[in-house]
Ligand binder design. Structure first.
Ligand code: GDP
Length: 379
């Protein structure tokens, strides 16, 4: 008897909950129809307020990483309204930036960058610092995907409350991706991050961009290929403030030692860097967490020396000029190609270039003249 009554009880409860759900759904539907327009605009304001420069800057300065992520999304948006808000946000936070150490890291895929950054990041966190990891991925403008800065590659670091990992910025050009990463550095600094890693893998251009936004540039290298710097562009080696030979563990230790000596000798022939800094060659095993502290010490002494001599400030000033020029060039280019006259003339000119007798220089000159004429007519 007892069993039957509990089954009945259960059925009654089921019926009640069914009718209650139905009633609730209907009442929500009714409420939606009669929603107060003032309330609706309030909801919209709150929602948009989350992407509002004032709210975001206040939250970022408190170290709120959710707002930091929202602000980065705002920077990456191509929406005109968002771009305006992003500019306003940067203006508000830039005075609070500049206090972090910016470390650039490059190396071929598989050299161990993410394994190393995880260990290195945790080292700084143990010292009470906050660490951010950003990436410039030269493949992302093409593929839209990201092969760097991936959270899954740095599990321990990404789950730490004092770390923030952001995959490569979105963008249609490498320059655009780099500009956003540069601006993201500002945001991370305003949010209180003390150490910022900017990771890249590339064939020259992305390294140059990372070098132009960092204080210290680290080149990661593997043993092999005759244990020399073979395969690495000279320009990339010249940018390095230190070269780290990773995977110096197990059977590889001896080879790593040989590579270290060989590279060290090769570097002696090159002209020294500002402040007479001779880039040291270090060995490490990211997987065994060996050699990490020594690399941190090298960076510390580099910063100490360069801050004392004024080279640190000079480098940052030169970087400001670089980004100013980059911004000017990219804006001029955009304005030019978006100009109506240019748009309509360009197609015909490109077609006429196919003719044997056309002179590309004269045509380019002609197009520029038409562009300037259009500009003067509009002013
Ligand atoms: P990335 O592509 O440069 O970011 O390289 P990863 O950090 O993803 O590492 C590539 C592979 O090398 C992974 O299988 C790692 O486990 C391994 N690896 C990374 N660092 C070391 C190391 O110090 N020693 C050894 N033996 N393997 C390592």
């Amino acid at each position: 008897m007892k069993v039957i009554s509990s089954v009945k009880k259960f059925q009654i409860i089921q019926y009640f909950s069914y009718f209650y759900t139905l009633y609730f759904a209907m009442s929500v539907g009714r409420q939606k129809k009669h929603i107060n327009p003032d309330k609706l605009s309030e909801i919209r304001t709150i929602r948009e307020g989350l992407l509002n420069a004032e709210t975001l800057s206040q939250n970022i300065l408190k170290g709120d990483t959710t707002s930091l992520s929202k602000a980065i999304t705002l920077l990456e948006s191509t929406h005109k309204k968002h771009q305006k808000e992003a500019t306003a946000l940067l203006e508000k936070i830039i005075p609070k930036t500049g206090k972090s150490i910016r470390i650039g890291i490059t190396g071929v895929p598989g050299v161990g960058k993410s394994t190393f950054i995880e260990q290195f990041g945790l080292h700084f966190i143990r010292q009470g610092k906050k660490v951010a990891v950003l990436a410039i991925d030269p493949s992302s403008p093409v593929s839209g995907g990201s092969i760097l800065g991936d959270k899954t590659r740095m599990e321990k670091l990404s789950s730490h409350p004092n770390a923030y990992i952001r995959p490569s910025a979105a963008g249609s050009t490498l320059g655009g991706v780099a500009k956003r990463t540069r601006e993201t550095i500002y945001l991370c600094e305003a949010a209180g991050f003390d150490v910022i890693f900017i990771e890249t893998v590339g064939v020259g251009q992305s390294e140059t961009l990372v070098h132009s936004m960092t204080d210290f540039f680290l080149l990661m290298h593997l043993t092999g290929a005759g244990d020399s710097l073979q395969g690495i562009k000279r320009g990339v080696v010249e940018m390095a403030d230190a070269i780290v030979i990773n995977k110096a563990d197990g059977d590889n230790i001896e080879r790593a030692r040989r590579a270290k000596n060989e590279i060290q000798n090769a570097l002696h022939i090159w002209s020294p860097k500002p402040g007479n800094w001779l880039p040291p060659v270090l060995m490490c095993s990211a997987i065994e967490n060996k050699g990490i502290v020594e690399i941190a010490q090298v960076i510390d002494s580099y910063l100490e020396e360069h801050k004392k001599s004024g080279h640190f400030e000079n480098k940052r000033k030169a970087q400001q000029k670089f980004w100013f020029n980059q911004a000017l060039e990219s804006q001029l280019k955009t304005d030019f190609y978006e100009n109506k006259t240019v748009k309509s003339e360009l197609k015909n000119m490109v077609k006429s270039l196919e003719s044997k007798n056309s002179n590309p220089f004269v045509l380019a000159d002609e197009l520029l003249k038409k562009y300037y004429q259009r500009l003067s007519e509009n002013t």
